[in-house]
Design a protein around this ligand. Structure first.
Ligand SMILES: [Zn+2]
Length: 606
């Protein structure tokens, strides 16, 4: 309790200077405790939490842990029905049901194929049956930008198309890409087949390289979205037996295409028929956001949030595909941010009723599936949205290198940049700023509701989304310094200061999905990240964009693009990629119960 006089004197002078520079505030909370913080990270990233995958027991344990802590701190429940939790439904995967079958009739003889040995449905296949002649359509690519179309002159309406994986060898080079173009994506092939009127897709591996095996994909590997058409993969040997009816082989056909970079599509004889049925059940689980409230003197409040879910044992988002099945502990992503929310809750618990505004602590689920938890909350807010002054999101704050952190969103509120710049020098951190509030994390949900945001992030690293993202790599001392900064900003925003006004930031950093990405012409919508039955819901449209000029608004659900029905975000992405700058596109949207048609002139992406 005693300090040496010299030290005390210097501290006093320092505080005096500070008081002169920033007379209004800072103090409120005790500093963050690195050891206590690291203990939370360690608990959340423990193997017993199973990587906190959606719908796992591990995620439930993490939820209980967070809830117990909020309760112990005496914070008020701020979920639903007087609880700390807010439940919502997510699709976490798919399973094969009993009716999957595939048979081929070649010159009068029927061959029944074996599930998982000869063929397998893809995870994003639609359920359904088809029996039809087969058309081989090469790589299944329609790429006018490269003067290439496997479907040219082919009538595939009500047929089953046989498609090679990958893409013609010249595409990558012509595109200037580092890797394959989107024509190599399975979802692109599936949608392209669907818009050409095919009934089902049969996929085969391209010719395996030396020493490679012709493997079927593992069901469950490629994500739960429904492509809107049945799609199965067969072994090359199976397809070769079918092509025998045409006296050719996959090798020969692929070689012909690859050598000339020209399609070599062909219909197989009518006598050759394939009958298939795909029967898939999507698995839904209930997961919960965990919410706690620290009351202030008024009903306005500041939100401090982070997501506590991660990838579980990997799944489609793993960046170590060969290690899928191992626990991905997600210490930095985002035990580090979730523990940060807990530590801030501790620092503020004693401030109950003392601050001008309240603080709402939010631990989100479903972030890794597409910021579903925060999307759900802003649509079903447990406190009035208009009373939310700002949202501070921490996603990956545990790997601060060289004292450097990234703070996004400083342009989204009128006072934020000045506030942050005023606070940063006290915390031995170097900061990179971004004005925009869009990024693939939960604060984006709040930007779409015109709530100013700040996003705290310590940067990507080679353990990101891998089993090696473990707790002992977390730099707790640096994270605690950042937490002190976040605490200061929280207490500033919750204090007796003017409320920041929301500012729309025009930016190149567009969210993933239909509104952005670096492809195709510019449309200008911001997709809503929640799940809708069919179509693409827009959270907002950018002012001055083609969509805005045409009269499209936030809340509209896009269901048609020229002749193409839009079932999901992939369809929209596909349609946009197929369009050109200057095209006038007729789109249909649902607005409430009304269907409205707009003509949108696509522009150059800037
Ligand atoms: Zn994350």
């Amino acid at each position: 309790m005693t300090a040496k006089p010299a030290v005390r004197l210097r501290a006093t002078v320092f505080l005096l200077v500070l008081a002169l520079v920033a007379p209004q505030l800072w103090a409120a909370t005790a500093p963050a405790d690195p050891a206590r913080y690291l203990n939370d990270v360690r608990k959340l990233a423990d193997p017993r939490m199973e990587g906190r995958g959606a719908g796992t027991r591990g995620l439930n344990k993490a939820r209980d842990y967070v809830e117990r802590e909020f309760k112990r701190l005496g914070l008020e429940p701020a979920g639903e029905a007087g609880k700390y939790t807010q439940w919502f439904d997510v699709t976490v995967g798919a399973k094969l049901k009993g009716k999957n079958r595939l048979a081929a009739t070649v010159s009068g003889k029927e061959e029944k194929l074996k599930l998982r040995e000869d063929y397998v449905p893809l995870t994003f296949s639609a359920s359904g049956a088809a029996a039809a002649p087969v058309v081989f359509v090469g790589y299944g690519a329609s790429a006018p930008e490269f003067g290439y179309d496997d479907y040219m002159h082919m009538d595939v309406k009500d047929k089953i198309v046989l498609v090679l994986r990958n893409e013609p060898p010249g595409f990558q080079q012509k595109s200037g890409n580092q890797g394959p173009t989107h024509h190599a994506l399975l979802i692109t092939k599936a949608i392209n087949a669907r818009v050409h009127g095919a009934k089902a897709v049969v996929l085969v591996n391209a010719a395996p390289g030396k020493g490679e095996e012709d493997l079927l994909m593992k069901f469950g590997q490629a994500g739960p979205e429904d492509a809107g058409i049945p799609i199965v993969q067969v072994k090359r040997a199976v397809a070769d037996r079918w092509l025998g009816a045409e006296k050719t082989s996959l090798d020969a056909l692929q070689k012909a295409i690859d050598e000339k970079s020209q399609p070599d599509s062909r219909s197989l004889p009518e006598s050759m028929k394939v009958a298939l049925e795909v029967d898939i059940e999507r698995i839904h689980k209930q997961v919960a956001n965990v919410l706690a409230y620290l009351p202030g003197k008024t009903d306005e409040y500041v939100i401090v949030g982070g997501h506590y879910d991660h990838l579980g044992r990997g799944g489609q988002s793993s960046l170590a595909p060969s290690l899928v099945g191992q626990v991905h502990p997600g210490a930095d992503d985002n035990a580090s941010g979730a523990a940060g929310v807990l530590e801030l809750a501790r620092l503020f618990a004693a401030e109950r009723g003392k601050l001008q505004r309240g603080v709402l602590f939010m631990e989100f689920a479903g972030e890794e599936l597409g910021i579903l938890g925060s999307s759900w909350w802003v649509k079903h807010p447990t406190r009035p949205l208009e009373k939310a002054v700002a949202m501070l999101n921490m996603d990956m704050i545990g790997r601060i290198a060289g004292g450097k952190v990234f703070i996004g969103g400083v342009g989204t509120g009128s006072t934020l940049k000045a506030l942050v710049e005023g606070a940063v020098p006290k915390h031995q951190l170097t900061v990179d700023y971004s004005a925009s509030g869009y990024a693939a994390s939960d604060h984006t949900s709040f930007v779409t509701q015109k709530i100013p945001v700040l996003f705290f992030f310590s940067g990507l690293h080679s353990d990101y989304h891998k089993p090696s993202d473990t707790w002992e790599k977390i730099d707790a001392a640096s994270a605690a310094r950042l937490l002190d900064l976040v605490a200061e900003l929280t207490s500033d925003l919750a204090g007796d200061t003017a409320r920041p006004q929301f500012v729309r930031v025009e930016t190149d950093q567009r969210p993933a999905g239909g509104g952005g990405g670096g492809y195709g012409p510019y449309f200008g919508s911001i997709p809503d990240f929640g799940q809708v039955e069919t179509g693409v819901k827009f959270a907002d449209v950018r002012p001055g964009s083609p969509a805005a000029k045409a009269g499209i608004k936030g809340g509209d659900i896009l269901v048609q693009w020229n002749e193409m029905q839009i079932k999901n975000l992939q369809d929209f992405t596909f349609a946009l990629r197929k369009s050109k700058v200057g095209d006038v596109v007729e789109v249909k949207v649902l607005r409430g119960s009304e269907t409205m048609t707009f003509k949108v002139t696509l522009e150059q992406r800037k």
